[in-house]
Design a protein around this ligand. Structure first.
Ligand code: ADP
Length: 266
């Protein structure tokens, strides 16, 4: 099918959504979901209407990060067609495969089934009016990326990496993929996560555990905007595990890092 035609059609499917931001990473475990969740929350705290779509079919993190595991969204019938109403948590609309099926079931889905689930996240979820729809993409480059990029008018992509060499190598593959003619989605920029650690008792010190400024150097090398550094903070990890992401927690240091990043991203 013709990619351009598909894209135009979908612009009519999500007419109420002003900006769609896809958060991607080359490698798993670099903090992509953490960054996506806190970016969405930072936008919402700035007064925007925000949705967060967890497109990580094989490893959904939104249910745990937002403390909504086991909750199921409501359905609604519009002229004989069923719509899924996203969950509302901390003022943002949430959708994740983990809210629809038992998390361990989706893990064995084959590519086409995962892609079709993702298409439903676009066509069958009542997103309504949003300033930002943030999409937490699966790690790496695969079927779901192609499906989403071809069916959704993505405004831009945010790349998450750690400063570590292996993460940077994989981030380069992502940069190459989003620049490809068949996808061709603008890259908003790159954010470096887990940049350094500062012990509470040595507030002036920065320990570059995963290497220094690898993400910044990569952004420079590819001429991408550098969206900032997020330090390693225990409360960021704890908040994610507890269902209260950093932006709704009480640690000003981690909040400030995500606020600065969000303001650079817009
Ligand atoms: P990904 O989506 O890339 O797989 P996650 O967002 O799930 O990564 O993060 C992996 C783990 O690292 C999670 O336990 C998360 O809480 C933790 N984490 C992410 N970013 C940070 C950070 N800046 N400081 C501390 N822990 C973090």
């Amino acid at each position: 099918s013709n990619t351009n035609t598909t894209r135009k059609d979908v612009a009519q499917i999500l007419p109420g959504v002003k900006n769609i931001i896809a958060v991607v990473s080359g490698k798993g475990g670099v903090g992509k979901s953490t960054v996506a969740a806190n970016l969405a929350l930072a936008f919402a705290q700035g007064g925007a209407k925000v949705g967060l779509m967890d497109a990580d079919i094989y490893g959904p993190s939104v249910p745990m990060m937002f403390g909504v595991r086991g909750e199921r969204p409501m359905m609604k019938d519009v002229n004989g067609k069923g719509f899924i109403i996203p969950l509302d948590r901390f003022g943002i609309k949430l959708m994740s495969i983990g809210l629809l099926v038992d998390e361990k079931n989706a893990v064995v889905w084959r590519g086409p089934m995962a892609s079709s689930a993702i298409r439903q996240f676009v066509t069958d979820v009542e997103w309504g009016e949003l300033d930002y729809l943030v999409i937490d993409m699966p790690p790496g480059t695969g079927d779901i990326h192609l499906t989403l990029m071809q069916t959704v008018p993505v405004t831009g992509v945010v790349i998450v990496t750690t400063p570590q060499d292996v993460a940077l190598a994989d981030a380069k593959k992502g940069i190459a993929m989003f620049g490809q003619a068949q996808i061709n989605v603008p890259i908003i920029g790159l954010v470096e996560n887990m940049s350094y650690f500062t012990p509470a008792e040595l507030p002036e010190n920065k320990y570059y555990i995963f290497g220094k400024e690898g993400g910044k150097k990569l952004a420079d090398e590819y001429d991408l905007a550098f969206l900032g550094q997020i330090p390693i903070v225990q409360s960021i990890r704890e908040g994610g595990d507890k269902g209260y992401p950093a932006m709704v927690g009480d640690d000003p240091i981690s909040k400030q890092a995500f606020e600065e990043f969000a303001s650079t991203t817009i």
